[in-house]
Design a protein around this ligand. Structure first.
Ligand code: GDP
Length: 197
């Protein structure tokens, strides 16, 4: 798979608007502003793929990107937890995300993007537990690692890994930075494995 070949496919405001549930998909989730769009851009070497935004929480749609391999897709799930969104929007968000995660047969794995400076938020823990319960392989990207000294980043990684010890769904825990591109190759290798097997 060549991740550089990723192309925007479709935005799905509702589950009915998703592409056919065939082939293989890996979905990216994360708290708003965690760095999910930047991570997807780094992985696909496309600065404009997933729009990064200074207004967190803007994207409420599920966005699909096609890869060069037949029926392999990357999926950008709506960011969670923007303080200013209304109750209705939050309910809407939960409904869509929940529906997608529960119904999607072609989902091969989930990438959970977290800011290394704020690891394992309540939302993150909820996602980890959901993956564990549903036996869905999980990759955690602890991103913005460039914001910490290497020693600090390393310590945080150890802390995260300790907290997640009991979770068998966690297949990869990657120190990541969209700025320095740290972890990009490791992440691509894991995605390839999920999408091809
Ligand atoms: P999203 O809401 O999760 O999609 O987050 P974005 O990708 O839009 O990133 C949120 C903010 O963090 C933006 O200002 C990015 O430039 C910044 N950011 C994202 N990833 C990194 C990173 O790896 N290093 C640094 N230094 N900043 C980052």
């Amino acid at each position: 798979i060549s991740f550089n070949s990723a192309r925007f496919l479709i935005s799905a405001p509702r589950l009915e608007d998703c592409p056919p549930d065939t082939g293989a998909e890996v979905a990216f989730a994360g708290r708003s502003n965690a760095g999910k769009s930047s991570a997807m851009n780094a992985i696909t070497a496309n600065g404009k793929l997933a729009r990064t935004s200074k207004t967190p929480g803007r994207t409420r749609l599920i966005n699909f990107f096609s890869l060069n391999r037949e029926n392999a897709r990357l999926v950008d799930l709506p960011g969670y937890g923007y303080a200013k969104v209304s109750r209705d929007m939050k309910d809407d968000w939960q409904k869509h995300l929940g529906q997608y995660l529960n119904d999607r047969q072609c989902l091969r794995g989930l990438v959970l993007v977290m800011d290394i400076r704020h690891p394992l938020t309540e939302f993150d823990q909820m996602m980890v537990e959901w993956c564990e319960h549903n036996k869905l392989p999980l990759m955690i990207l602890a991103t913005k690692a460039d914001k910490l000294k290497f020693g600090q980043a390393k310590t945080t990684m150890l802390e995260i890994s300790k907290k997640l010890q009991e979770f068998t769904c966690v297949e990869h825990l990657v120190m990541f930075s969209s700025t320095s591109k740290r972890g990009v190759d490791e992440c691509r290798a894991a995605l390839t494995d999920w999408l091809e097997n």
